[in-house]
Design a protein around this ligand. Structure first.
Ligand code: ADP
Ligand code: MG
Length: 713
């Protein structure tokens, strides 16, 4: 397994910065993949074999940025630090305080005396080189990396205005306009500050989740109760939970009784009952009762930590749609430089403009064109979307999953445990077959086998030890008990051994199957000795969920190894569009591919344990009912609750998020494409170009945050 490591990066001002770092990291020999996210300010590096911190840090530094490896889970969530937001704010305020007198002297008092000019030069100089130093630095590294970025544009634009004014102040005749560079940088800083603030909020969902954690735990050690920091809880500790307290870690209840509000991990507002043997989940809130539980999972193994990890990984990976934005950004800056130069030349020649005016227009074009908002369009929306999902028990593993979910037009459900409760019960037994059947099925782990064994238990039947046993996936079981050959399973299985049903058995079987029951046939020494009918009731949420998907224009399909009659009876209860029955486990993936060949974008919903291959071959694998034991290895989306409605919710969330991304991209490009001609025609003062550009970034981030206002229904 190749090693992966996350680095926190400081000093990125634009999506292009992220691209530059990414390019430089990818070039390294030890690096397999590198992913730099501008919104989360993190680099995720996958190494070919061993990690190489030193090389990574050096490369990032040489690209012009600061980086720190992230060690613990907690640090990983330290996103846009509050300190950073404050720093941006202070720089903006300083810039503003210095810019105001410049504006008063130049625009209000119109004082063109030498003293006034020198004061303006000093104030604007501090803004230019202290507040604006980052733009020079960024531009320098961009040149070093043979690219151009937002810093290049701002540094060039403001320098043109500033140095021309210096020249006219001290050396040549002409106007000064220090206010242009001073205001421009001030506005850009305003944008940076607001952007940092808003970016911090996009990651709030995770911070909130982590904030749910209890700080301490009350444990019982060597007969004494003691309060210890949560970090010191060990696996096996007996933890005491009092009314109204948070559950510190994950474990199994050993005594006591209570109800627990698990809404923070599942989104389910109704408190869940907890008694001996039940699972207690860390960070959930105990209501009125009191209980003790044995700690089973601590630290990074807890459900909460797993959830946070999934969401973080999703946020650090790039969605395919972002590649489009990246490409645009990469070509944008050089193109804009070209346009600005051409504009300048045209104004100087054909336009017959003064050098000063042409220069100011040149500056305005450079500044308005920065594709910063475009770089923020995708990652900020994905952060908000995945965060919202996590708060509702919907874990989206990557931006790619989110993007595909938006395109899904067919959803395939596994029957057992997905559409049905997966708790089958024996309803009818014909013939004295329960003892034999239960004795053999004891060795099987199939839900039907468990139902048969359970039923024998209710009837206090003593079970025999089979001498031979073999499980035949998707068909049944076979073995030997007390010297007799036993075969239990489907008609198909029995027909392989040339065992046939008589007319009466056939009739009985058909009757049960039309009721939606699964019929298990029992043959002893090649003769059918009887049959057992087993019913698995549908989940209350299944019909509603199917209806909801249909309403969204999505085709619904059920897939099962069960026979057609039973499957159709169940399908009717939930009103599903199509049934694929008698599909052998290994063929489920093939059926999915068939649908894909017909042109469908297919989501497969299953339990993630038996259905892993089918989940993997679908365009979108949705593993459900993971509950307290998150099987995050399978499935592009993991649903924590066992509620089928969440399939529709997940798709709805992805549609909402993708719509946001497209909106963001539209607005970002709109600003640029409308702004450039206006600026080129000389209708936009350079400082207002700065303001417009700053506002476009802020509006994109704010638009992403608006996603939070929407409700998942
Ligand atoms: P599903 O798609 O519902 O998970 P499976 O592929 O596991 O179904 O099994 C298909 C069918 O094979 C079952 O409906 C049942 O009739 C039969 N079968 C499988 N395993 C067993 C078993 N252990 N005992 C009896 N019947 C079995
Ligand atoms: Mg199954």
């Amino acid at each position: 397994m190749p090693e992966k490591k996350i680095y926190k990066i400081q000093g990125m001002h634009c999506a292009n910065c992220a691209l530059t770092i990414e390019k430089n990291l990818s070039k390294l020999d030890d690096v397999k993949t590198a992913n730099v996210n501008y919104a989360t300010e993190k680099a995720t590096v996958e190494f070919k074999s061993k990690e190489n911190d030193k090389q990574i840090l050096k490369t990032i530094k040489n690209s012009g940025y600061k980086a720190d490896p992230i060690k613990t889970e907690e640090q990983a969530t330290a996103r846009v630090e509050m300190g950073e937001v404050k720093k941006e704010r202070n720089l903006f305020i300083l810039s503003l305080v210095l810019a105001v007198p410049v504006v008063i002297l130049s625009m209000v008092m119109r004082d063109m005396s030498m003293t006034s000019k020198v004061i303006q030069a000093l104030l604007a100089g501090v803004i230019q080189f202290y507040v604006g130093w980052r733009f020079y630095k960024g531009a320098y590294y961009a040149i070093k990396n043979k690219t151009a970025n937002m810093d290049t544009l701002i540094a060039l634009g403001t320098s043109a205005a500033f140095f021309y004014s210096i020249a006219t102040t001290f050396f040549i005749s002409g106007d000064v306009f220090y206010e242009t560079s001073a205001l421009l940088i001030t506005f850009v800083m305003l944008g940076k500050w607001l952007e940092a603030r808003a970016k911090g909020q996009t990651g709030e969902a995770i911070k909130k989740l982590l904030g749910l954690q209890a700080k301490t735990a009350l444990v019982e050690r060597s007969g004494k109760e003691m309060e210890i920091p949560i970090k010191e809880v060990k696996v096996g500790d007996v933890v005491i939970v009092k009314p109204g307290e948070k559950i510190p870690v994950d474990g199994k209840v050993i005594s006591g009784q209570s109800t627990v509000d698990e809404s923070m991990i599942s989104g389910e507002s109704i408190p869940v009952e907890k008694k001996e043997g039940d699972q207690a989940v860390g960070a959930t809130l105990n209501k009125t009762g009191s209980f003790k539980f044995k700690a089973e999972k601590i630290g990074k193994d807890t459900v909460l930590a797993q959830i946070v990890k999934v969401v973080e990984e999703a946020q650090s990976k790039k969605a395919p749609i972002q590649k489009f934005a990246d490409k645009v950004s990469a070509y944008f800056v050089p193109t804009v430089l070209g346009i600005a130069v051409i504009t300048f030349v045209l104004w100087m020649t054909v336009g017959g403009a003064e050098f000063v005016d042409a220069l100011l227009i040149f500056t305005a074009v450079l500044v308005i064109a920065c594709p910063c908002a475009l770089g923020l369009a995708t990652p900020t929306a994905i952060m908000v979307g995945t965060g919202m999902g996590a708060q509702n028990g919907i874990l989206i593993r990557s931006g790619e999953a989110l993007e595909i979910a938006n395109k899904v037009n067919a959803v395939v459900f596994d029957k057992t445990g997905t559409i049905t409760k997966g708790l089958p019960e024996v309803t009818d037994v014909k013939g004295d077959v329960l003892p034999i059947a239960a004795s053999l099925e004891k060795r099987s782990e199939h839900p039907l086998a468990e139902a048969i064994v359970r039923e024998a238990g209710h009837k206090n039947i003593k079970l025999a030890e089979p001498e031979e046993f073999e499980a035949l996936a998707g068909l049944g079981v076979k073995g030997k008990i007390e010297g007799q050959h036993i075969i239990i399973g489907t008609k198909k299985l029995l027909s392989r051994f040339n065992i046939k049903l008589d007319a009466e058995q056939e009739k009985l079987k058909n009757k049960f199957e039309s009721e939606g029951k699964t019929v298990v046939l029992i043959a002893i020494e090649k003769n059918i000795a009887g049959l057992i009918a087993i019913a698995d009731t549908i989940k209350e949420s299944s019909p509603g969920a199917v209806a909801r998907l249909k309403q969204m224009g999505i085709r619904t399909i059920m897939i099962t190894g069960d026979n057609l009659a039973t499957a159709e009876a169940i399908a009717k209860q939930v009103n599903i569009d199509q049934v694929l029955a008698e599909v052998m486990p290994e063929d489920k993936a093939k059926e999915i591919s068939k649908l894909q060949k017909e042109g469908d974008v297919v989501a497969m919903v299953g339990d993630g344990i038996n259905d892993a291959p089918a989940l993997a071959s679908a365009d979108l694998g949705i593993a459900m009912g993971a509950g307290t034991d998150i099987a995050i290895e399978t499935g592009d989306i993991v649903l924590i609750k066992n509620d089928l409605q969440d399939v529709a919710k997940a798709i709805q969330l992805s549609r909402m998020t993708m719509a946001k991304i497209k909106q963001n991209m539209f607005w970002a490009l709109f600003y640029n494409s409308v702004g450039i001609p206006i600026a080129a025609l000389g209708l936009l003062r350079a400082e207002f170009a700065g303001l417009a550009m700053a506002l476009s970034s802020v509006s994109v981030v704010t638009n992403s945050l608006l996603l939070k206002r929407k409700k998942l229904k």
